[in-house]
Design a protein around this ligand. Structure first.
Ligand code: SF4
Length: 387
């Protein structure tokens, strides 16, 4: 466990095993986005350049999304490459991208400096453009229905490895890479590979840089950033005190502890009561409605009794503090967990709505490109190991 993480050891064996693996790994090169503004100035001065060059680099990076020395015409030509090499070491390299939904969804597999892989998904909607990003290589939470969970955890991402996913997507969107023409990246969801609360410090620093106004950040409103957790209670509590109005999404996936112990091993450490209490406290502290994520699995958690139990748990705290997103499960190949029947999805939604709870079936973008969390990377690793 590094000081970069919230303590999340659980009864789930993969957590401990994968954290041990992560301990001795080399760190990614330090990038401008890993440093505080003061640290950037110190490094700049130590390299023999005046501190005001930092503001110029920040402006190229955060305002213009550029790391190309040829565009940095306000810097003397003789030092551009040196500064770019020092402050913008390459951290993510595209392996391949896949399009879906008529070009309005682009899923990208990235290779990191140590040849590990992560993914991000860019999605255009009528009123917003959303990027789903990864916070770890793999995930140590061990949810048995999840492709990323099957990979286990390799390591945490650095702040800059997270921020670089955003810069790359913002540039792609601005350059018209999505069907429909040029657009502005407006929303970020931490719902790719990994448990964001297990990489807390890097995730929060990344959120601050994503939401700060240019030239110190990308200027994407913190209100448009969602942090998704499987229920790491200390992380939820800490995030509530950060003064960041980000939305919290809690992946519940079960309506009672017996079922959740099986579907989400973290439940053995922080059970449903603790998770729901922390989520409601988050709502009280931030006045942001909490999203409850619930992957519907056929015959497992999608029956009438599950919807009634879930509604009771939410209404226990009063009205209108949470929104439920039932998600049709995108089945992982070879897994015994599969998507609900349409009639069961409808019944589930109806019961929640009748209990006064807002619930909308979440759009599952990119299903035809292995769109479930972690599936592209999972498939890549599978192909590599079966070659
Ligand atoms: S569902 Fe989320 S928390 Fe669980 S293993 Fe997958 S990525 Fe990790």
């Amino acid at each position: 466990m590094t000081d970069n993480s919230i303590a999340v050891e659980t009864a789930a064996a993969p957590v401990a095993a994968s954290l041990t693996r992560h301990k001795f790994r080399p760190k990614p090169p330090t990038h401008l986005a890993d440093m505080t503004p003061e640290e950037r100035k110190t490094v700049m001065k130590e390299s023999g350049f005046p501190a005001f060059r930092v503001r110029q680099l920040e402006n190229h990076y955060f305002s213009h999304l550029s790391i190309d020395p040829d565009t940095m015409t306000d810097l003397p030509q003789g030092i551009r490459r040196q500064l770019v090499e020092q402050f913008f070491p390459p951290l993510i390299t595209k392996v391949y991208s896949r399009q879906a939904d008529n070009g309005t969804t682009i899923k990208t597999l990235w290779e990191l400096f140590d040849h590990t892989k992560i993914e991000s998904v860019l999605m255009r909607y009528p009123t917003r453009t959303t990027l789903c990003i990864s916070s770890q290589v793999g995930c140590g939470m061990g949810c048995p229905f999840c492709a990323t969970g099957m990979l286990g955890l390799t390591r945490n991402l650095s702040t800059a490895e997270i921020v670089e996913q955003v810069r790359a997507a913002a540039l792609l969107a601005a350059n018209g890479g999505l069907a429909g023409g040029a657009t502005r990246l407006s929303n970020i969801v931490f719902m790719g590979m990994g448990e964001p609360m297990a990489n807390y410090k890097s995730v929060v620093q990344a959120i601050r840089e994503i939401s700060a106004l240019p030239p110190q950040g990308f200027g994407i409103s913190a209100r448009n950033i969602t942090v998704s957790t499987v229920g790491v209670v200390p992380g939820i509590k800490k995030l509530a005190q950060e003064g960041l109005p980000v939305r919290l999404a809690v992946s519940l996936h079960a309506s009672n502890n017996t079922l959740r112990d099986e579907l989400v091993p973290m439940n053995k450490r922080f059970n449903l009561e603790k998770v729901m209490d922390a989520a409601h406290d988050y709502f009280l502290a931030t006045h942001r409605r909490v999203s409850i994520e619930y992957a519907l699995m056929r015959g497992i958690n999608d029956q009438k009794i599950n919807a009634i139990e879930l509604a009771k748990r939410i209404n226990h705290y009063g009205d209108n503090w949470a929104h439920v997103n039932p998600i049709p499960l995108n089945p992982v190949e070879g897994s015994r967990w599969t998507a609900s029947k349409p009639e069961d999805e409808k019944q589930f939604l109806r019961i929640l709505n009748d209990a006064g709870i807002t619930a909308t079936l979440r759009d599952t973008r990119g299903n035809d490109i292995d769109g479930a969390c972690g599936q592209l990377a999972a498939k890549y690793y599978e192909n590599e190991t079966t070659k």
